[in-house]
Design a protein around this ligand. Structure first.
Ligand SMILES: Cc1cc2nc3c(=O)[nH]c(=O)nc-3n(C[C@H](O)[C@H](O)[C@H](O)COP(=O)(O)O)c2cc1C
Length: 475
C-alpha cells in the first residue's frame, strides 16, 4: 500500500452485534435454543416436561427407563408395560408440542431393543443412548428410514472413539451427535468413585478431548457432529463457558426438575429446593454404579444395613444384583417420583442445592438466555476494549511509519542523487574510453578488411590463371 493511501486509511467503528443463542443442529433437526433437557427416569421427565422444553425451542426428552411403572400391569407384564407407556408418552408429547422430542434409553436395560423399536416406530426425532455403549444390534436401516437421530451419552473421549469406530466399521455411518456427561451429573454416573472429584475427569477437560476425537469422524464422514456438554451446568454463564470450550449444545437436568412442568410430584421437587450442599451424596446403586442423590432417611437406613422389601418382577437390568440388593432402584425412584420419599430418594446433580424455587420452564429458559447474553456482552465489551487498545497502538505505529518513511525518502533521495551524479561522471568517463577503444578497433578492422580484400584480389587473379575459385569473403 502506498504511503498516501496508508495515511488516508480509515478504521471502521465497531457495532454491538444482536446477540442470539447459537442453534443446535443435529442433522436436519434444528433447535433454536441449544439446550437438551436431560432424560430423567423413573418418570421424572415424561411428556409434560419434554413438551414444555420443546415448546421453548430446546430438545425435550422422555426417559424410557422403567417407564412401564406408570402402567398398572408393570409387575406382571413389565416389558409390555414399558413399551405401551413409552408409546403413550411419545404420542402425548407430540400432541402438546411441534418441537423436537427425544427419548432417553439406557443401553444396559434388558428391554433396550424393545424400547428403541418403539421410538423408531413412533418416528421420534432423536434417541439419547446412555448407561452403556450402543454397539451391537442397532437397527441402523430402520433408524435412518424413520429419520431418527442417534446421540450416545459418553463419559470419555475413549468411549466416543469406540462407539464411532464401531459404527463406522459395522454400520457405515456414525451417530449424529454425542452427549458428554461429566462427573457432576445427577443419577447414575459413568465414573469410578475415585474419579468423581479428580480434576482430570472434569467436564471442562472432557469436552475439548471429545471435540477433537469427533473431528476425525466429521472429516471422514463429511458431516457435522455436535458435542453436547452435560453435568453441573447450572446457568447461562456455564452454557457460555462450555460453548467456548467447543460444545455446540448443553444437556441440563437438575434445573428442569424444579419446574412446574416437571412430571414428578411437588414433594420430589421440594427436595431440591430444600437441600443443602452437604445433602448431595454419592451412593452405590444396586446396579453396581455410583450415583448422585439427595441424602434422606431411606438412604441413611440403607447405609446402616437395612434391607427394604421389594419385588423384582423381571430383572430389568442385567447388572443388577437383585438377590443381594438392599432395595430395587426402579421402585425407589418411582416412589420418589410419586412423592413417597419415605420409600425412595431423589437422584440429583451436584448443583441441586443451588436451586431456590420452582419456576415455569419458559421462565427458566428466558433466565438462562439472559445470563448467556450477559456473558456474550461482557465478552464483547472486553473484546471491544482490546480492539480499541490495539487500534490506538496501530495508529501510533502507522504515524511512526509514515514519519520514518517520509524522512527516509527525502534522505534517500539526496543520497541517490549523489550516487547518480558520481555514477554518471564515472560512466561518461568509461563510455568515452570505450568509444575511443571502439573507434581504434573500428579503424584497425577497416584497415585489416582493406588489406584482406587486397589480398583476395591478388589471390583471385592468381588463381584465375590456375582454374581454382575461392569463396567470397564477408565485408
Ligand atoms: C433425577 C434424575 C434422573 C436421571 N435419570 C437419568 C436416566 O434415566 N438416564 C440418563 O441417561 N440420565 C439420567 N440422568 C442424568 C441427566 O440426564 C443429565 O445428563 C445430568 O443430570 C445433567 O447434569 P445436571 O443434572 O447437573 O444438569 C438423571 C438425572 C437426574 C437429576
Amino acid at each position: 500500500m502506498s504511503l498516501k493511501r496508508l495515511s488516508k486509511l480509515k478504521i471502521p467503528g465497531l457495532k454491538m452485534p444482536r446477540v442470539k443463542m447459537p442453534q443446535l443442529k443435529i442433522g436436519n433437526s434444528v433447535a433454536r435454543v441449544p439446550i437438551v433437557q436431560g432424560g430423567m427416569g423413573v418418570g421424572i421427565s415424561l411428556a409434560g416436561l419434554a413438551s414444555a422444553v420443546a415448546n421453548e425451542g430446546g430438545i425435550g426428552v422422555i426417559a424410557a427407563n422403567a417407564i412401564g411403572m406408570l402402567e398398572p400391569d408393570y409387575y406382571t407384564n413389565g416389558k409390555e408395560a414399558d413399551k405401551r407407556a413409552l408409546r403413550k408418552q411419545i404420542k402425548k408429547a407430540r400432541s402438546l408440542s411441534n418441537g423436537i422430542i427425544g427419548v432417553n434409553i439406557m443401553v444396559a436395560v434388558n428391554d433396550f431393543h424393545d424400547l428403541l423399536q418403539v421410538a423408531i416406530e413412533e418416528k421420534i426425532d432423536i434417541v439419547f443412548l446412555g448407561a452403556g455403549l450402543p454397539l451391537k444390534g442397532i437397527p441402523i436401516a430402520e433408524i435412518r428410514e424413520a429419520g431418527v437421530k442417534v446421540a450416545p451419552i459418553v463419559s470419555s473421549a475413549r468411549a466416543a472413539r469406540l462407539i464411532f469406530s464401531y459404527w463406522q466399521k459395522n454400520y457405515f455411518t456414525v451417530p449424529d451427535a454425542v452427549v458428554v456427561e461429566g462427573p457432576k451429573a445427577g443419577g447414575h454416573l459413568g465414573f469410578k468413585e475415585i474419579e468423581i472429584d479428580d480434576p482430570g475427569y472434569a467436564l471442562e477437560n472432557l469436552i475439548p478431548a471429545v471435540v477433537a476425537e469427533v473431528k476425525t469422524f466429521e472429516a471422514q464422514c463429511n458431516k457435522t457432529i455436535p458435542v453436547i456438554a452435560a453435568g453441573g451446568i447450572f446457568n447461562g454463564e456455564d452454557i457460555f463457558k462450555f460453548f467456548e470450550l467447543g460444545a455446540s449444545g448443553v444437556q441440563m437436568a437438575t434445573r428442569f426438575v424444579a419446574t412446574h412442568e416437571c412430571d414428578a410430584d411437588k414433594k420430589f421437587k421440594k427436595t431440591y429446593v430444600n437441600c443443602k450442599e452437604e445433602d448431595i451424596v454419592i451412593i452405590k446403586s444396586p446396579v453396581g454404579l455410583p450415583g448422585r442423590a439427595i441424602k434422606n432417611n431411606f438412604l441413611n437406613e440403607v447405609d446402616a444395613g437395612s434391607r427394604k422389601v421389594f419385588r423384582c418382577p423381571w430383572r430389568c437390568l442385567e447388572s443388577c444384583n437383585a438377590k443381594n440388593a438392599k432395595y430395587c432402584i426402579s421402585e425407589a425412584l418411582d416412589n420418589a417420583r410419586k412423592g413417597k420419599l419415605a420409600n425412595g430418594f431423589a437422584f440429583a446433580g451436584s448443583n441441586a442445592y443451588r436451586v431456590e424455587k420452582i419456576v415455569h420452564v419458559d421462565t427458566l429458559v428466558k433466565q438462562l438466555k439472559k445470563e448467556y447474553f450477559k456473558m456474550v456482552e461482557h465478552g464483547t465489551v472486553h473484546l471491544r476494549t482490546e480492539f480499541e487498545e490495539a487500534l490506538k497502538n496501530f495508529i501510533a505505529l502507522r504515524d511512526q511509519y509514515i514519519e520514518t518513511a517520509r524522512k527516509s525518502v527525502s534522505s534517500l533521495k539526496s543520497e541517490l542523487g549523489e550516487i547518480l551524479e558520481k555514477g554518471a561522471v564515472a560512466f561518461q568517463e568509461e563510455y568515452k574510453n570505450v568509444m575511443v577503444k571502439l573507434d581504434a578497433l573500428k579503424d584497425e578492422y577497416a584497415n585489416r578488411l582493406t588489406r584482406v580484400n587486397d589480398l583476395k584480389e591478388q589471390l583471385s587473379r592468381f588463381l584465375d590463371t590456375s582454374m581454382l575459385k575461392l569463396p567470397a569473403l564477408a565485408g
